[in-house]
Write a protein that binds this ligand. Structure first.
Ligand code: CS2
Length: 490
C-alpha cells in the first residue's frame, strides 16, 4: 500500500499515524533544507505537538532550495508530505511512525516567488534552517561572509532571482517590512556553535550589501535564537524501504531512520511567537553555549575521529568502528584527554555519563551510520568540531596528540582516496578537489596540506603542533597501518 493521505486510515490499522486532521492545519514554520535530519528531529517534535491538539497553526511548509532537492520534492508530493520514521533501538526493537507535520513542500528553483511570498505571508512566524555547516557561506578560518561565491554574486545583482538562503531571506524580509508586518524568527538548527549568532552575522553581512536600511531593521527586529540539536540520523538505505514493504505492506519511497535519543535545547528568543515545544520535551534556556559546545566537541568531533580513521582502515559504519576495541578506545581517549579538560563543568550535566551514553549511541548496531556520511563535508565540519579544541589545547599547553593525529589522517585520506584493502573511498566534499591537490604535495612537503589557511588558520606556524604533525604524517605515510598506529597512541 502506498503511503499517502488517502490511505492513511488503512495504514493506521498497523502503524501509528497522525491523530490530527491534517487538512485543518495551517503552516507557520517555513523550513529550508528538508533532509533526513529535519524529518527525524524538528518535524518529529512538531508532529508530537500536533498529536496533543491545540497547535494546529504550527505545521511546516518545507522548502528545497536546489535542483538536487527534486527527488525529495517528488517523493513528498506523491506522499502528501507523509513519511515513516523508523526508530532503531540498540536492543533491536524497532518503532515505526507516520509523521504528518510537513503539510506543504516547494522546490524553490521551480518557483522562487512562491517561496518568498510564503515567507512574507502574515501567517509565517518562523523560518528555520538545516542547510549544513557549509550552507552558511562563511570562510571557516576568518568567519567572514564569502562574497566570492558566484551564487551570492548573482543574487546581489539580481535580487528577484535568489539562489542561496540569503537571497530568499532578504527578499522575504524586505516584503514583510514594506507591508508593515513583523519579521519572522530565523532559527538555525545546524551543528554550529552559536548557530543563531552565525546566521545573524551572515544575514546582516549579505543584507548590508543589498539594502542597508533593511539590515538596520533586521538587526533591531529579527531574533536568531541559538540552539543545540541532536539525533543521529543515518542515510536511508534500500533495506529500510524493503523492510517497510515486506514487514508492513507499506510503500514509502523515502522513510527516515533514527536512534531513540533526541534532544533540542533552544534559547527562548523569538520575534514573532513560537510553538509550545516545551510540552514535548524541548528545553528552553537563556544561554545554550555550554550545551552546544559539549555536543559539537564531543559527539560531532567524536564522529569525525571514528569516521576518518575508520574510512582509512575500511570500517564501513560507525558501529563497526565501535566494535573495534582500538577505535573505541582511541575515540574515548580523545574525549577524555583533549575535550573534557576544555569543557569545564556544565550545570545539570554529568560529562562522564554523557560520554558513556555517546559510546552506547555510536555503538548502536541497528543504526549503521555510514562512515562516508560522517566524513562528508569534513572541510566544513573539522574547522567547527575539532580544530578549535586543538587550538585551545595549544594555548593551554594541553594534550594535542589525538586531534593532530586526525588532521594527519585527514590529509592521508584526502590524498590516497583508498582504504587499507585498496577499495576506493567515496569522498563527498565541496572542497574535495582542492583537498586532493594540496594533500598530494605531502610527499615533498609534509606540511603542505596544513597551508590551507581558510581551513587551518595559522596552525602550521605553531612549532609544537608542526613538529608533531610532521612526525605523524611520516609514520602514517610509512609502513605502519592506521590501526597499529592508533594502538600505539592509546
Ligand atoms: C554527524 C552529525 O554529520 C556529522 O558529522 O556528526 O550528523 C550527527 O550525527 C548529528 O549531529 C547527531 O545529532
Amino acid at each position: 500500500m502506498k503511503l499517502n493521505q488517502k490511505n492513511l486510515v488503512d495504514i493506521s490499522n498497523r502503524i501509528s499515524c497522525p491523530t490530527y486532521e491534517r487538512t485543518q492545519l495551517n503552516t507557520a514554520i517555513v523550513h529550508i533544507g528538508v533532509g533526513g535530519f529535519h524529518r527525524s528531529h524538528q518535524a518529529y517534535y512538531i508532529h508530537q505537538l500536533l498529536q496533543k491538539k491545540g497547535s494546529e497553526n504550527w505545521a511546516i511548509y518545507g522548502v528545497g532550495l536546489r535542483e538536487g532537492d527534486r527527488n525529495m520534492y517528488n517523493t513528498l508530493k506523491a506522499q502528501d508530505g507523509l513519511y515513516t520514521l523508523v526508530t532503531q533501538h540498540p536492543n533491536g526493537n524497532i518503532e515505526n511512525e507516520i509523521i504528518g507535520s510537513i503539510t506543504e513542500y516547494q522546490l524553490a528553483v521551480d518557483d522562487p516567488q512562491s517561496v518568498i511570498d510564503k515567507m512574507a505571508s502574515p501567517n509565517t512566524k518562523i523560518v528555520s534552517l538545516t542547510i549544513t555547516e557549509g550552507g552558511y557561506n562563511f570562510n571557516p578560518s576568518t568567519g567572514d561572509f564569502d562574497f566570492a561565491n558566484p551564487d551570492v554574486q548573482h543574487e546581489l545583482k539580481n535580487p528577484h532571482d535568489p539562489r542561496t538562503v540569503y537571497g530568499y531571506l532578504t527578499a522575504a524580509l524586505q516584503k514583510r517590512r514594506a507591508n508593515g508586518l513583523p519579521p519572522f524568527t530565523i532559527m538555525s538548527c545546524d551543528n554550529i556553535q552559536h548557530n543563531g549568532d552565525i546566521a545573524q552575522k551572515m544575514v546582516l553581512a549579505f543584507t548590508k550589501k543589498q539594502d542597508a536600511e533593511l539590515a538596520t531593521w533586521i538587526e533591531k527586529e529579527v531574533s536568531f535564537p541559538n540552539s543545540m540539536v541532536d539525533r543521529i540520523t543515518p542515510v536511508t538505505t534500500t533495506e529500510i524501504i524493503d523492510y517497510l514493504i515486506i514487514e508492513n505492506d507499506l510503500q514509502d519511497k523515502w522513510p527516515v531512520v533514527c536512534e531513540p535519543f533526541i534532544q533540542w535545547v533552544v534559547e527562548d528568543n523569538f520575534s514573532n511567537g513560537r510553538p509550545q515545544l516545551e510540552d514535548v520535551g524541548v528545553q528552553f534556556v537563556p544561554d545554550v553555549t555550554p550545551y552546544e559546545k559539549m555536543k559539537i566537541r564531543l559527539l560531532n568531533a567524536g564522529h569525525s575521529v571514528l569516521g576518518i580513521t575508520g574510512a582509512i582502515h575500511g570500517h564501513p559504519t560507525i558501529d563497526a568502528c565501535m566494535q573495534d576495541e582500538v577505535f573505541a578506545k582511541f575515540m574515548r581517549a580523545f574525549m577524555d584527554k583533549e575535550v573534557t579538560p576544555i569543557l569545564g563543568s556544565i550545570e545539570g550535566i554529568d560529562i562522564e555519563e554523557y560520554k558513556d551514553n555517546l559510546e552506547i549511541r555510536f555503538g548502536n548496531p541497528n543504526i549503521k551510520d555510514s562512515v562516508s556520511r560522517i566524513c562528508s563535508e569534513s572541510s566544513a565540519k573539522l574547522p567547527k568540531f575539532l580544530i578549535p579544541t586543538l587550538k585551545e589545547n595549544l594555548e593551554k599547553g594541553g594534550s594535542i596528540t589525538y586531534a593532530t593525529f586526525i588532521l594527519a589522517a585527514w590529509c592521508y585520506y584526502s590524498d590516497k582516496r583508498i582504504d587499507r584493502d585498496g577499495r576506493p573511498i567515496e569522498i563527498i566534499d565541496a572542497m574535495a578537489d582542492q583537498l586532493y591537490r594540496e594533500a598530494r604535495k605531502t610527499k615533498t612537503n609534509p606540511m603542505a596540506f596544513l597551508k590551507q589557511e581558510s581551513l587551518f588558520g595559522n596552525l602550521a606556524k605553531n612549532d609544537r603542533f608542526a613538529k608533531l604533525y610532521t612526525q605523524m604524517i611520516r609514520k602514517i605515510y610509512g609502513d605502519t597501518s592506521i590501526r597499529e598506529y592508533m594502538q600505539e597512541i592509546v
